[in-house]
Design a protein around this ligand. Structure first.
Ligand SMILES: Cc1cc2nc3c(=O)[nH]c(=O)nc-3n(C[C@H](O)[C@H](O)[C@H](O)COP(=O)(O)O)c2cc1C
Length: 365
């Protein structure tokens, strides 16, 4: 069974995660932390587009995590942001991360189609069902019980894809969460039957949702052996679900690349341990535990959380980081996101020093 992956020449897909928000995916007080200023984002995006990266994955966030920095409170909305990125790039896939309860599917279908036309078929959809109730309080919404969020997500996805399938023919929809009349939306997206779609979850319900709706699941893993077990389970579930292509699985990594291992480890300790925003980390750990079903040891590893949520640690020399990426690729992951404390300062070193090694190993073209 072939495994679904993003189009493009790279055997192992590389993306940037969290460029659109304060702190990226880190929870740190260091002054050089990512501030998500538009001109810096634009510079990083242009560099990524010409350097052979595959995609950009933004975070959908409406409210910060408190603490000293109130990290993530500053965050660009991902559909409008996606339209701008589409117009300024030529190769990258531009994902928009869309919260099911906040963005109506009729609106989402049209916005995504707009990005797909502007980019000539490079729009991607990341469906998130939510976990941070305080965000939904601003909209007067309840995120509901964990599994209900995904049930709502299934209806949301059904409405969106039906709009694309009907090509302008109006339809009514009646479900548990949506009761809609005369729904229609044109033009159709460039990608048929719909733009490339991903979702992220580790709960059984969240994974079943991805299996039913997505091309790719985003999943974190504790170590590479655990990652292999997760991939085997997803491959088996894909076969059982009767999919034409198995659900692809991408992961997420945080990166500190330096000339020496000692230098990289020292900086990692400096930003993720000594300078973690402890109150914001505590908020994130507490809310995650209350709202999600995930690997408890991974949630409670506060340094890992401050370093890059549950993502995998890539810290060391270019050779070490390349070896780890090769191992992740060989384990069967379709690709990974990369995040840095400061994308603009650190991405060039990754491109110059890590990319050539993984290019020689056949991961990127
Ligand atoms: C790579 C990745 C990206 C995510 N992006 C977002 C996001 O931008 N906004 C959000 O609210 N949740 C985001 N999530 C959280 C998921 O949507 C989901 O709530 C979480 O993985 C827990 O789901 P589960 O309890 O079903 O496992 C992301 C998760 C991962 C692994």
């Amino acid at each position: 069974m072939t495994v679904r992956t993003l189009p493009g020449p790279n055997a192992f897909k590389l993306g940037l995660f969290g460029l659109n928000t304060d702190g990226g995916i880190a929870i740190t007080k260091v002054p050089e932390r990512w501030r998500a200023r538009w001109d810096d984002i634009a510079e990083v995006v242009r560099l990524s587009d010409r350097s052979g990266l595959d995609f950009l994955l933004p975070i959908a966030r409406w409210k910060g995590y408190g603490g000293e920095t109130n990290v993530r409170n500053a965050c660009f909305e991902t559909l409008t942001y996606g339209g701008a990125l589409a117009a300024m790039t030529e190769r990258l896939f531009i994902f928009s991360t869309v919260h099911v309860p906040v963005v109506h599917p009729v609106f989402a279908a049209k916005a995504l189609t707009t990005i797909d036309h502007v980019s000539h078929g490079r729009a991607g959809l990341n469906i998130v069902c939510g976990w941070h109730q305080a965000e939904f309080d601003m909209f007067g919404l309840s995120q509901g019980a964990h599994d209900d969020r995904y049930e709502r997500g299934r209806e949301w996805y059904e409405v969106l894809t039906r709009i694309y399938a009907e090509e302008g023919r109006p339809f009514d929809y009646k479900g548990r969460f949506y009761d809609l009349k005369g729904v229609t939306g044109e033009p159709a997206p460039v990608q048929r039957p719909r733009p490339f779609t991903m979702s992220a979850a580790s709960s059984p319900t969240g994974r079943a949702f991805a299996m039913a709706t997505s091309d790719i699941l985003f999943d974190t893993f504790r170590d590479i052996e655990a990652g292999k077990r997760q991939l085997a389970a997803i491959a088996e579930a894909s076969a059982q679900a009767g999919r034409a292509e198995a659900l692809g699985v991408c992961t997420a990594c945080h990166v500190v690349a330096r000339e020496t291992h000692a230098e990289a480890e020292a900086y990692y300790r400096h930003y993720a341990d000594t300078n973690m925003d402890a109150a914001a980390v505590d908020f994130h750990v507490g809310t995650t535990k209350a709202n999600r079903i995930v690997d408890a040891a991974m949630i409670e590893d506060r340094v890992r959380r401050a370093a890059g949520l549950s993502s995998y640690k890539l810290v060391g020399t270019p050779e070490h980081i390349a070896e780890q990426l090769i191992a992740i690729h060989r384990a069967g992951f379709a690709g990974t996101t990369l995040s840095f404390v400061n994308f603009k300062d650190e991405l060039p070193f990754f491109i110059e020093r890590v990319m050539p090694i993984i290019r020689r190993a056949g991961l990127v073209a």
